[in-house]
Write a protein that binds this ligand. Structure first.
Ligand SMILES: N[C@@H](CCC(=O)N[C@@H](CS)C(=O)NCC(=O)O)C(=O)O
Length: 215
């Protein structure tokens, strides 16, 4: 049995953060596919009792531990591996600051936007999509500015803040209807640097369930 198991699915940028981290640190891990779209297992009472009371993927299983929230999972894996770990209190707080901003305002809006555009039945209300797009543009501009004079979010070295920020950013442009890497060149260049790290893989390669079987 692998050392780590990760409940995840290919279309989840939230789960991608954890899957990418496991691959980047060279962990011995296996995915456990969450049938999010058809069986919606994450919403079953059994999943909430046995796997995650919050009803979400990702969930990392390690020995007797079950960890949820990608930011917690990244912190745990950085602590165990020593890789992508912020050094000292100042960097730790700075990484946490960007992880929260990402979870709430960057990928926290991109995820629902992409869901409503590609997967929701009925499709998302155009007014809701327009609202989310406005927030996304504003927040991607903030990240773009941050990366204009830095190689990575905290400076010259990639940390868990960068791994977190990748969330939905490698999914194809046609799933968003706009090209993040082109529209935000500093983000585009940073995505290239993250992609060059040993162990990097695209979410559709790294996690099970792609292409999606629509029922
Ligand atoms: N902040 C959480 C977000 C997790 C999350 O929202 N996951 C989605 C999948 S991408 C989910 O499981 N949603 C539950 C549902 O819609 O039923 C994290 O980063 O782990």
């Amino acid at each position: 049995m692998s050392e780590y198991q990760l409940y995840c699915f290919a279309q989840s940028g939230n789960a991608y953060r954890a899957a990418l981290m496991l691959n980047l640190i060279g962990a011995d891990w296996k995915p456990i596919w969450v049938d999010f779209f058809n069986a919606m297992v994450q919403r079953t009472p059994q999943f909430r009792t046995d796997v995650n009371e919050m009803g979400e993927a990702p969930v990392l299983v390690h020995d007797k531990k079950k960890l949820t929230q990608s930011g917690v999972i990244l912190t745990y894996l950085a602590g165990r591996s020593g890789k992508f770990k912020p050094q000292g209190e100042e960097e730790e707080l700075e990484a946490l600051r960007w992880i929260i901003f990402d979870n709430q305002k960057v990928n926290g809006f991109l995820g629902p936007f992409r869901f409503l555009k590609n997967f929701a039945k009925p499709a998302g209300d155009p007014a809701v999509l327009a609202f989310l797009k406005g927030r996304i543009d504003g927040n991607l501009a903030i990240v773009n500015k941050r990366l204009t004079d830095r190689h990575f979010l905290l400076g010259n070295r990639p940390t868990i803040a960068d791994v977190s920020m990748t969330g939905y950013l490698y999914y194809p442009a046609d799933e968003f209807g706009f090209d993040i890497a082109k529209d935000y060149p500093a983000i585009g260049a940073w995505l290239g640097r993250m992609k060059a790290l040993p162990g990097w893989k695209h979410p559709y390669e790294l996690m099970p369930g792609y292409p999606l079987e629509k029922k």
